[in-house]
Design a protein around this ligand. Sequence first.
Ligand SMILES: C[S@@+](CC[C@H](N)C(=O)[O-])C[C@H]1O[C@@H](n2cnc3c(N)ncnc32)[C@H](O)[C@@H]1O
Length: 206
Amino acid sequence: MSYGRDDFAVEFGVSRETLAKLDRYGELLAEWQEKMNLVGPSTLPTLWERHFRDSAQLAELAPTLGHKPVWLDIGAGGGFPGLVLAAMGAGEINLVESIAKKCLFLRTVAEELGLADAIVHNARVESMPRFRADVITARACANLAQLFDWGLRFAAPPTLWLLPKGAAVEEELATARTRFAFDAELVQSRSDARGQIVVATGVKRK
Ligand SMILES: C[S@@+](CC[C@H](N)C(=O)[O-])C[C@H]1O[C@@H](n2cnc3c(N)ncnc32)[C@H](O)[C@@H]1O
């Protein structure tokens, strides 16, 4: 049987309130998807695994800090992983998205779900004002070297990078190593057999 809402509830131990928020998010996504492309249409029936689980796994990898972690989600699109992380109370989530219509969707969901910790920035990440991020993430947005290039302005030495990647991860790591020094480990994605999450720290230009 396919992975669904009940599996998600058990795996992540989330409250009924969080599940209700994700239910509503799923409804809004399906409604808006009729007018614009927010996710691959074939992935909607497997929303709980392909999008919610994939996003939620990152919350488990986030550091425990003495304050609410500040996240930067580059290229938030339809809100993955940022809106799921906000619904789970993972910290202050800054979602950066260059397309205004997608930002309207992100703000609509954040408002309807009461996600006060989701901040939507309609900007290109390379030109938005800097702030210090504890965690930088980005899903399906750009290759590793490009993400390091964009994200470094927001990073400080303890910043953790959580970057879901597909089958080309080793190639992307090798290319990134020609321009950046960093420590990285790979964590297997639980929602995608070919997916790995790059968990990187100490990212610096060479
Ligand atoms: C393929 S979508 C992925 C969206 C989402 N992260 C997901 O996994 O479903 C990539 C998104 O990144 C946005 N994007 C690309 N380059 C960007 C940039 N430089 N600054 C902000 N957003 C960007 C695009 O507009 C697009 O919505």
